[in-house]
Design a protein around this ligand. Structure first.
Ligand SMILES: [Mg+2]
Length: 276
């Protein structure tokens, strides 16, 4: 018989890295949708909410490129412009998008319910809080100060334009861990509301938790979610849950309320020698 002995991290969770829109602020991840619809409307192109939500979580320039590649949008673009969208077109739209998004983001900057309680819980456990976002720094500046006014100040904010590649690449999550001087990466948990968030965390070698009720996959405002018949909402939550689990999320939560329990469970798995 032959054996190979391996080195395993068996200590506690050191940090949680949160996404922004749909996870810690902007219930329903509505700001980017509004901005994308307005951007395409100004180009005389009709895009649906579903189309605007599909690439969510990516760098916003990549998101614009993904939307331009969608069948119905590409066809409308060709009809108006006589050719497929080029790199220059994508860049022009992105430059137009930034100030548009920066304004809209501030209308959707409210913290999700229970976030400050979650921050207290993490502080009690000596767990650091980092963050990453598909927004650029220019868009984030106003949102960071708005969140700070409401009592949310993560130790680190990494924006999509500060790394070589946005999600699903791991660099934002890895850079946030570096800012906090936290390692190994399996002592970190990445939490977000999109498939791209989960992929970012998995690619970084972190534990991943998907969020549904406040996120892009359910896509409802707080008020809409409250007023929706329970069976209908349950169906949306289930669909979002399955999508994030299928992307490889270790866990999926409706809200951050259950996070404490999941951290206990992850620490149990680490102690037993498991890796994300
Ligand atoms: Mg998000």
């Amino acid at each position: 018989m032959s054996y190979r002995f391996q080195r395993r991290y068996t200590g506690p969770v050191h940090a949680v890295i949160f996404d922004w829109a749909g996870t810690t602020v902007d219930f329903g991840c509505r700001a980017p949708v509004a901005a994308f619809l307005r951007l395409f409307e100004e180009e005389s192109i009709r895009a649906s909410v579903e189309e605007a939500r599909r690439p969510m979580g990516a760098h916003k320039r990549d998101h614009i490129a993904a939307m331009l590649a969608m069948e119905s949008i590409a066809a409308q673009w060709r009809e108006i412009n006589g050719a497929n969208a080029t790199h220059e077109d994508i860049e022009r739209l992105y430059q137009k998008f930034i100030p548009m998004q920066a304004d809209i983001v501030l209308e959707h900057g409210k913290l999700v319910p229970g976030l400050l309680g979650t921050m207290d819980m993490l502080a009690d456990r000596d767990i650091l809080v980092g963050s990453s976002t598909g927004y650029s720094r220019r868009i984030m500046e106003g949102l960071i100060s708005l969140a700070s006014d409401q009592g949310y100040h993560p130790e680190s904010v990494v924006c999509a334009d500060e790394v070589p590649e946005g999600r699903p690449a791991p660099w934002m999550a890895v850079t946030s861990a570096m800012h906090m001087n936290v390692y190994p990466l399996e002592s970190c948990i990445k939490i977000g509301d999109t498939v791209a968030d989960i992929e970012e965390g998995l690619n970084a070698g972190m534990w991943t938790i998907g969020l549904t009720l406040t996120g892009n996959e359910v896509g409802l405002s707080e008020e809409e979610a409250e007023n929706m018949p329970e069976e209908q909402l349950d169906l949306l939550l289930l669909r979002a849950n399955r999508k994030l689990m299928a992307a490889g999320a270790h866990y999926v939560l409706e809200t951050l309320d259950g996070l404490d329990i999941l951290i206990d469970e992850i620490e149990g798995r680490l102690e037993a020698g498991e890796r994300p």
